[in-house]
Design a protein around this ligand. Sequence first.
Ligand code: ZN
Ligand code: ZN
Length: 356
Amino acid sequence: MDVAGRLPRLRERLEAAGCDALLVTNLANIRYLTGFTGSAAFLLVGQSTLFTTDGRYGDQSSEELGAAGVEAETAIGRRGEQIEALEKPAKGLRVGVEAENLTMALKEEFECVGSRLVPTAGVVEGLRRVKDAGELARIEAAADIADVALAQLKERLASGVTEAQFALELDFEMRQRGADGVSFETIVASGPNGALPHARPSDRLIEAGDVVVIDFGALVDGYHSDMTRTFSIGPPASAELVDVSDAVLVAQRAGVRALKPGVSCSEVDAACRDSLELAGYGSVFLHPTGHGVGLDIHEAPAVAAGSADILEEGVVVTVEPGAYLTGVGGVRIEDSLVITATGARALTKSTKDAIL
Ligand code: ZN
Ligand code: ZN
């Protein structure tokens, strides 16, 4: 990963963002720009770069910034000392702040930094949309771990396990296979629980005839994967869910086919939505089609109706249509894909055969 090349690219964006320097508070953005993986830091990027953190991270930050080849002044100390250090290089400057991340409390503390604070949105996130080869390798490694873990365990779904037990085993399997952690709390939603798009795994026993939604991912060196598969334990008890299952698969293929450079994210959303509407399930597709994936599990671009984001080569997005029938169950199918010169390549590859 070329971390050191990112600060110059950010500097080029400051003028358009209406500021002379950007005060980065979002930790994923700080990690992206410097390689720092700790839980507290500020980063001021203007003509020069100042990185501040507290005493817990003195050694770690100098190691990580050094390994990434990032040149920055550093100030290590208590919060007040960090803010004092930020005042000097920011003197007289319009200082951009990350409006979606900055708390009211922190904003008050920053009032003394620069001539004024300028709210900005998505400046670093915009850079993060296109992944470099090192980032893609990490997301792909995370996706591979999730694929192998599911293949290894999915027969267990038919062996009389609870949702919570299966989720635990899946998480354990991913860790065993080299994941640093899980991307987010694994979703295993069976029977009527499948109607809740973000159900929590419960003590419900998974039984023959159940349709089970499994949404999960692995974390590798800060990068996430995201995949959903829906399996039926033998023929589904609900005939309607057979129809829903076919419709969601067709919609997911339509969304994937729409992916290529130059296409707007709203068009990709429309491809899935139109397909499900045609099948009669438009009103029970309860969420946007997808999202970017990288250092955050949900990041730019938003694959949603009304999204002006345009796809380009190297962007990683999910396509995850679903349909949810209250009291009956649900179906969602999700892949993470990277946009290529001519289309998209799936990073998640598990079988979509619905019947276990
Ligand atoms: Zn997911
Ligand atoms: Zn997702």
